[in-house]
Structures are given as structure tokens and as C-alpha cells.
Design a protein around this ligand. Structure first.
Ligand code: ATP
Ligand code: MG
Length: 215
């Protein structure tokens, strides 16, 4: 299973999500490889910090440029590859789309972020011509933590109108615990914060149901 996390907008929580998904997978007996394909190398540094904790190590490699052959070479050796690309339309994102099974585009529920999705939706459409297995998804990330947010409702409507990116029902809210855990090299599912734990667990369940249907 090849899970690609990318998008054109910076700072929406791609790396945070990639690391949390990887930790959830590793703690649920999956052999995971994270490919950090962002020159900023935030995921690689996160897993380096994790090495100085008693938590289980997770393999993370850095790769820039064309990811296709790396993904092809690594995918049979792991249960899942989780690929984190930077916040722009890049060669890493484009080449990974040709090999990935499941693309997750995290987006904040703001108009500025949402506006970038229409173009990305077209890019995913072209990638699907080369890789019919590619299944594109959007998750609303860093969402406001209060009920009945109009911005959140508008974001859902906007995403539901896209052609190639399907809305993931589970939302990732803006919670300080995500930042605290990131500094410690831990996943929120390893923290005592029940709300964040439940959020990532429900999100992974939703992804697993979808991906198993794809296999
Ligand atoms: N759900 C969340 N709740 C609170 N803070 C978050 C959440 N997700 C990410 N953050 C914080 O938001 C900032 C950006 O997150 P992150 O680096 O994961 O985004 P990114 O999309 O990978 O950014 P880039 O485009 O630069 O790669 C970081 O300070 C991170 O700790
Ligand atoms: Mg990042």
C-alpha cells in the first residue's frame, strides 16, 4: 500500500499527518517505511528525535526528485509506504502520484487553501490517466475546534464538488497536542489525549476500509 501525502499549500499539516499515520501503522503491526520527499526534511528530523525515545523505531528515508523507481523498489518490502511531499506542486508529488494507491491532500478550511484544490484536482485527473489505481482524497486539517463552524461547512461543500479528490469524513482538528507530540517524536495515539487519539484512530479506520476495498 502506497499512501502519498501532498498538496500545494504549505503548513496545512501534511508532515504531522504523515508521521501520525506511520506511528499508528507501526503500533498496529504494520511494517512501515516513511519516505520524506520534502527538502525541509521535517519528517526525517521527527523520526531522528523518536530514536532517542523508548518508542519503537520507524524507518524513514529521504529522497528528492523522481520518486517512481524508489517507490517501485521499496513497496514490496513493506506493508505500507507513507510519502510526505512538500507544500507545492513538485516533481516529487507528480512522480509519486504515478506510483501511489492513495493520495491524501490535507487542507485547512480557509478559502485561500481551498482555492488551490481545483488545480490539484486537475493534476490528479491527469495522474489517473497514467495510474488508474490512484485514489485521491482530501482531509480537512487543523480545523477549528468549535461546533457549527461555517468555514468548515463551506469547505465540505467545496470539496464534495471536486472530481478526483473525495472528502474524507473524519476531520483533523487544530489541537496543541499535535505540536507537543511532534516535538517529542511521538504520535498523538501514544499520548493521553483521548480526543486526538480517537481522531487518528477513526481516520485510519476510514482509510483502511477504503484501501482494502482497493486491493
Ligand atoms: N492538527 C493540528 N493541530 C495543531 N497544530 C498542527 C496540526 N497539524 C499541524 N500542526 C502544526 O502546524 C504547523 C505546520 O504543520 P506541518 O509541518 O505538519 O504542515 P505541512 O503541511 O507539512 O507544512 P509544509 O507545507 O511546510 O511541509 C506545525 O507547527 C505543526 O505542528
Ligand atoms: Mg511538511
Amino acid at each position: 500500500m502506497i499512501i502519498l501525502i501532498g498538496g500545494e499549500k504549505g503548513g496545512c499539516g501534511k508532515t504531522t499527518l504523515a508521521c501520525n499515520l506511520a506511528i499508528w501503522g507501526a503500533n498496529n503491526d504494520l511494517d512501515i517505511l516513511v519516505i520524506d520527499a520534502d527538502p525541509q526534511a521535517s519528517a526525517a528530523r521527527f523520526f531522528e528525535r523518536r530514536e532517542s525515545t523508548p518508542r519503537s523505531n520507524i524507518s524513514c528515508v529521504r529522497k528528492l526528485g523522481d520518486l517512481y523507481s524508489t517507490i517501485e523498489a521499496m513497496s514490496a518490502r513493506f506493508d505500507a509506504l507513507i510519502i510526505d511531499t512538500g507544500g507545492r506542486d513538485s516533481i516529487e508529488l507528480r512522480t509519486a502520484m504515478v506510483a501511489a494507491d492513495y493520495l491524501i491532500v490535507p487542507t485547512q478550511a480557509s478559502q485561500l487553501d481551498l482555492e488551490t484544490l481545483s488545480y490539484l484536482d486537475e493534476v490528479v485527473g491527469s495522474a489517473k490517466a497514467l495510474n488508474p489505481n490512484l485514489s485521491g482524497h482530501c482531509v480537512i486539517s487543523r480545523a477549528p475546534n468549535y461546533p457549527n463552524s461555517i468555514e468548515l461547512q463551506s469547505a465540505k461543500i467545496f470539496i464534495n464538488e471536486l472530481r478526483n479528490l473525495k472528502l474524507i469524513r473524519q476531520i483533523v482538528k487544530d489541537r496543541k497536542i499535535y505540536r507537543d507530540c511532534f516535538i517529542l517524536g511521538e504520535g498523538v495515539t501514544e499520548s493521553k489525549n483521548a480526543q486526538a487519539r480517537a481522531e487518528i484512530q477513526l481516520l485510519t479506520q476510514e482509510i483502511l476500509v477504503e484501501t482494502q476495498a482497493l486491493i
